[in-house]
Write a protein that binds this ligand. Sequence first.
Ligand SMILES: C[S@@+](CC[C@H](N)C(=O)[O-])C[C@H]1O[C@@H](n2cnc3c(N)ncnc32)[C@H](O)[C@@H]1O
Length: 584
Amino acid sequence: MADPKFNVSVSTLEIDHMNNSVDMELPSLFVPTPATESENESSSESQHESGHAKTMRNDGELETDKAATSAATPAPSAPAFDLVEAAEALLADAKKLKATIDIKLTPRPSSPESANHAPLPPSPEEIALRQRIANLGKKIAFETAPPMDSLKSDWVTIADVAAWNIFLHWRAFDHIPLTGSISIADLARAIDADESLVSRIACMLISTGKLIGSRLSGEGEQGPPTHVSHSHISRLLRTNTSPATAALAIVSFGNGMKGFAKWPEYFSTYDRQEPHPTDKEILVHDSNSIVVTTKRRCVQGGINKSYTPTPFSLGWGHPALAPWEVKARYPEYARHFEMAMGAKSKGALGGDLGVGGYRGINSKYPARKFTLEWLAEAAMQKLELYDFLGDVKKYSKPLVVDVGGGLGHFLANLLAKIPEVNPEHCILQDRPEVIAQVAKNIEGGDEKLKGVRTMAHDFFQPQPEEAKGAAVYVVRRVLLDYCDEQAVWILKQLRCALGNFGRIVIMEGVLLDKPTPENRLVDMVMMNLGGKLRNEEGYRKLCKEAGLTVTGYWVDVEGASCVVECVKDGTDGSEKDGTDGSEE
Ligand SMILES: C[S@@+](CC[C@H](N)C(=O)[O-])C[C@H]1O[C@@H](n2cnc3c(N)ncnc32)[C@H](O)[C@@H]1O
């Protein structure tokens, strides 16, 4: 608990004396004692009496802000932060982590497994402990640092991100050896850049600890580093040894930073509204300085649902194209994007999701687990039907259609987990260039999708005959790229393709009840792409508007992902498939 003698209430004037800085009120670091609370109360009372907020001017004088006060509503009091309590919790966790590491470093009794002394990977408990320590450390820094320092640290991050992004782009991290160092001169030669330029960018990364700088003995201790080596973070940005993580970093910059930097221009051009399809005609310049129009109408007339102007497209210099059309113009970026998707597939939304059993909890019936195992039975029934008709072509309805399925990570996993499903009864749909890549992969010997029917199909358009009536349409990580209007449109196309007993299974990220900064980041990146993260209510609303009945909603809070299972209104997708009935 906090030591009462440390209870302090620091006024803005005191700060000015202590710090000689301006415009900042330091947060109280300790839970206030009753005495401090009453002091606060009386000062807020006097503020209410005068009716005006007081702020500190740059010259340190208090100033009354009449305009701000008239529009302002009273601020809710911030939750109390107790520095001593937080520091003690941090110390306790630090000791636990040290003990964990000490145990790992203790030589193991010789056994065949320990013969090569490979370091033990961190356990989930160790990872959770490290995350708790890091979060507490961040919280303490945030609560204790003078506010101006916190702001400056954000500005440093801007330069830090720019520096690692360009090094990633130039594959500079690949040339830094995993052990030992490289001279900045050699690094500059390897990436064909000026040594002075490379030195300045490397020094930015050295200043934030992303790289480690050194000078050789004999070079003296004074002066900028002449050599660089990897930190535990920068080694993850090597495209040659950590391709998936490097791809995620490339995509986080391309999907995030490029669009973020264009927000002022975007919202002044398209009004201060969430991205949505519009028939507003705006003439803009594309990256080739050609004047293009953002008004792209459907042939049937009305607003083109498949196009929303987005900060992403503006950031990439192609304002009249949809994000996927932009990506198609940058095959190298698209390749990294697919690789990043593959890496994510191993996470919460990937691998086992819905195949071997999703870990998520059903929001209404906790005992009801989500699974796609029922497809095994459906596959057998289908085979019987083929035998009965004696001709596969007479009954060509597919079993699974993976809509916007990318390189088929989900489908490959499904086929591996449910061997009863014949790949020939599965359809993988995506944009033409993605399907061409899948075909190449299969031709190149990728066994995982062998036999699967690949189909270039635009999910804004009605499903073709051969893809209608499937047992399940999978829509994974697709709807979050779109605003509500477009997401409903996509679902409506699938509703029209559904038979009486087919289902749509939506698998997406979720906006948490208490969103973490990372969760909010995903939502902001989705805004760049013209989409959004949704919660249960948001997904149910989409389904309702598309004429679908939700038969199950499962959420994996830990992974911030969800599964929504739905059927066409007025039908019951679960009646014939052995699950325990509809929920609604
Ligand atoms: C975020 S990725 C998800 C891929 C895959 N479902 C997964 O979970 O790994 C979205 C996919 O939608 C595809 N896509 C975008 N626009 C499309 C459209 N109009 N029609 C069909 N697919 C589209 C993209 O090419 C991309 O593969």
